[in-house]
Ligand binder design. Sequence first.
Ligand SMILES: *Cc1c(COP(=O)(O)O)cnc(C)c1O
Length: 478
Amino acid sequence: MIRRLQQLEKAASALEPAAVKRKKTRDKVIAYGEDFLKGIDSLKAYDYTADKGVGLLDSPVSEQGLDIDQVLALLRSNVDTHGLNPASGGYLGFIPGGGIYYSALGDYLADVTNRLAALFFGSPGAVRMENMMISWLAGILGFPATAAGNLTSGGSIANLIAVVTARDAKGIDSKKIPASVIYLTQQTHHSVQKAIRIAGLGECILRYMPMDSRYRMNAGELESAIRSDKQNGLNPFLVVASAGTTDTGAVDPLGKIGEIAAAEGLWFHADAAYGGFFILTQEGKIKLAGIEKADSVSIDPHKGLFLPYGLGAVVVKDMNSLRYSHYYLASYLQDAQGTNEEISPSDLSPELTKHFRGLRMWLPLKLLGTRPFVAALEEKLLLAKYFHREIVKMGFESACEPDLSVVTYRWIPKTGDPDDFNKRLAEEVVKDGRVFISSTVLDGKVTLRLAILSFRTHLKTIRLTLEILKEKVEGLEG
Ligand SMILES: *Cc1c(COP(=O)(O)O)cnc(C)c1O
């Protein structure tokens, strides 16, 4: 037995590379990252390739390892040169973010030290740090210091946690589901409908509220719908407002919705996954006023705080509601649970063991302070206004000035179907690859979107986008 143990220890020793080997491997990885960042301005925002990196499949996991050069070559030729490049400032489709470098260093440290951020007992420091990040978010949203929350993998899970918390706080059990009503709009992000289904609320009544001409929920209609539903013996319990819709960047009238929800006894969830961080700017504070009335808010640091993918957040005003939906007791954890100075993330979310996500947010905030973030967010709002002004000058149809940093616009061609034309225009821009834009359907019409949220997007990027659009429109019209 002892001999076998010694053999196995030796055979497994590669799992703990020596300092020299670590350095050699690390240097190559760092060099790869530096090479990527050195070329970031000239890298395509979308790489249109025929094979889409299918070569990766030729190198399956096997008993024998490869060396780092071979592995990085696989990554370069099959992963990092195909499809969307979210790190590019020219990424102006869907909702960009960017991925600031200091977060990568935070992830690196989190992975090397591998703290157990799930439980206060396991890592008081990591849990304190994550709770500090939540308190900071609560503060910028105007929530009281007693609010709690969780750093999630993204906005979808944040919305799920909020919907589950609302369900339990309003006592929606299986008997009540068929008569219970949720209010939202057709512009509510699909992750909310997904959350409703996953939370077992698929058989609730979903009321899609009418919107004004700028795709914002009509609060007056909300009030009458709730009253008439109550008169008809139904059970209105949740209203979901968008603090920046994904499609058009529209902000629902949060203040009015908050007043109605409070008066009628509904849970008020604000989905600010995209728009939330604009509250750090003067203009955003005005646009998002009323968000402090929400019972819960989703806000994505991997969008408006420019962090790399993998960080959303949910903040809930009443900690007990959040805890009630997520607490647990496990005999094997009896030494680690119990009352502590700080509440543990595992008591407030579906997760137990998880990545120490706080560090990727804390490190950049501590190194840089909030000032450069605020400046970048204000820059995005102004770039969106600039783009809107210029696109109208060029002859595009663009109904409204953007609420935040998403601009919608379409070209009406001299002849032919405008929907086909705008679809082809988007395709031409994406094929060109210098910038990436996306399209949507608004009021049944194919409409182009420009979403500005990467910290790498600046005036020159927007000017380039305007040039490309002009060139492609002329090409298609010609
Ligand atoms: C992006 C987005 C989501 C989903 O967030 P993920 O981080 O992609 O899971 C939800 N709501 C809104 C408004 C969004 O923009």
